[in-house]
Design a protein around this ligand. Structure first.
Ligand code: ASP
Length: 486
């Protein structure tokens, strides 16, 4: 039996999980690199228990007593410039080069994962520009385009709103923030937040008018080189509309040119897919080897709530919408999306998955390029069902954790800001948690609470990217089925 590329991707996915579990980094270990008499040495503490940091402020010395490894690494980074010496389990170091947790022995696979990610991202922009220009131009007129555009945005709004409502319901029923034991509470509170402080300070308020104005690029080439997806979409749609207004003998060569580019890039996607089993293996193995098991158990209820919400959105809401609006068998839909789902999970990035989403939607589900080329890139940027659901669960969880009782107005604020902030979330790994700060601000919840959920964000990011990608594909199928004559 000849295995298809999809089977290889699945196999390598599971092999990656196994490899990650076998070569797990020791969560408790601390590795110190220091110099002595001009030479570098490394010392590893398998289970470091006691820590001490001495810092200098002007002419005064200060002593810090971090209680846990997390606290120690956080304090070390924070006071880096002023550190005089550190002590771990009684052993004193003065000329310290670095202090880190242990790295997994399979960390060396990271470049293979990065290569896969880069290949995907490199395909995304030329593919979007060329197929969107051809797609919009071939719709023939602005009327059809506005109808498709309106339906697309309407369904994006509906699916995101449903996601947020489901999130609010599950988090209010399960109440994960109230189920944290005192012991777990103190453990979570010691998590290193230093990597966040800078981002916390930078992230101000989300300005909706600014956001709209920024959709129009002042220089399309700058937009392309900066990968500004919404600006690129604006550019492609505008050029596409312009082409419909030109005389055919002038517009046709341009359309043919972009059509050729789009075909070329679709061919290149197939080529990159052959590399996918290796990329998926490397990404998943390194990610699993770095997951901290202890934090998983303390935040178990919270993770369960997010995962349950995502599962309801994915299996129930999407199936019902497919049956109601597209008269399509959900099983065929999910089957057709298999490659994209795995790539979404492993890369945690809707943008990187976009080329594979295109392939699945057009080749496996049969959506014409005219529709897919418009709906998918827009969706990858503005439609994030998983992220919206996650942001609202996380916000309520943090409020519950701090013992804040949210009133109806605050719940509604969370609902609305989650919908809009998911639009403003960039489709790349880990942005959802940063944008969450906005949701917290608007509902008056302490933004520092983000530190609580930081430890499990990686896995939830991977999971929420699945509905992010699936929601776009779903809307492309619905819009296509509604456009009978395309
Ligand atoms: N990783 C998500 C995506 O690319 C965004 C996020 O929620 O962080 O779809």
């Amino acid at each position: 039996m000849k295995l298809k590329i999809y089977h290889w991707i699945i196999i390598s996915f599971f092999l990656g999980i196994i490899a990650g579990l076998i070569f797990k980094a020791n969560e408790k270990a601390v590795v110190v690199t220091y110099s002595e008499n001009g030479k570098f040495y490394t010392q590893k503490f398998e289970v470091a228990k006691s820590f001490l940091i001495i810092t200098r402020k002007g002419s005064e010395l200060d002593t810090l007593h971090p209680k846990t490894k997390g606290e120690f690494l956080g304090a070390f980074q924070k006071h880096l410039a002023n550190i005089v010496s550190v002590e771990i389990d009684g052993r004193k170091f003065t000329d310290i080069e670095s202090v880190k947790g242990e790295e997994s022995p399979i960390k060396f696979l990271s470049p293979i994962g990065s290569l896969f990610l880069r290949l995907l991202s490199f395909l995304a922009i030329p593919l979007v520009i060329s197929s969107m220009i051809v797609g919009v131009a071939s719709l023939g007129n602005i009327k059809t385009l506005s109808r498709i555009g309106f339906r697309t945005l309407l369904f994006y709004f509906v699916t995101t709103a449903l996601a947020v409502i489901i999130g609010l319901i599950v988090v209010n029923i399960i109440e994960p923030g109230k189920k944290i034991t005192a012991e777990a509470k103190s453990q979570i509170e010691t998590i290193d937040q230093s990597q966040f402080e800078e981002k916390l300070q930078k992230k101000g308020k989300f300005d909706f008018v600014d956001f709209l104005v920024n959709i129009v690029p002042s220089n399309p080439f700058k937009a392309i080189s900066n990968g500004e997806m919404l600006q690129i979409i604006f550019f492609a749609v505008f050029v596409g509309i312009g082409l419909t207004l030109l005389e055919p003998q002038k517009s046709q060569p341009i359309i043919n040119f972009f059509d050729g580019i789009s075909e070329l890039f679709i061919k290149m996607v197939r080529f990159v897919l052959w590399f996918a089993p290796f990329g998926v293996f490397a990404l998943i193995a390194v990610a699993v080897s770095e997951f901290g098991a202890s934090i998983l158990s303390t935040l178990g209820y919270y993770m369960f709530t997010v995962i349950l919400g995502l599962a309801i959105q994915f299996f129930v809401v999407y199936s019902l919408l497919l049956i109601a609006f597209a008269r399509t068998n959900p099983l065929n839909f999910f089957k057709g999306m298999r490659e994209a789902l795995i790539v979404a999970f492993t890369t945690s990035s809707s943008a990187a998955t976009l080329p594979i989403t295109f392939k699945c939607v057009e080749e496996n589900l049969g959506v014409p390029n005219k529709i897919a080329s418009f709906v998918l890139p827009l969706g990858a940027t503005v439609n994030m069902n998983g992220t919206a659901l996650y942001q609202c669960v996380a916000a309520v969880f943090i409020a519950q954790f701090y013992g804040l009782d949210l009133n109806f107005a605050q719940m509604s604020t969370i609902l609305l800001t989650s919908i809009f902030s998911a639009v403003g979330t960039a489709p790349v790994p880990g942005v959802g948690i940063i944008i969450l700060i906005m949701v917290l601000h608007s509902a008056g919840i302490p933004p520092q609470g983000i530190g609580l959920i930081l430890g499990v964000d990686r896995i939830l990011d991977m999971l929420r990217t699945i509905p992010n990608v699936t929601g776009d594909a779903l809307v492309s199928v619905i819009v296509w089925k509604m456009e009978k004559n395309v």
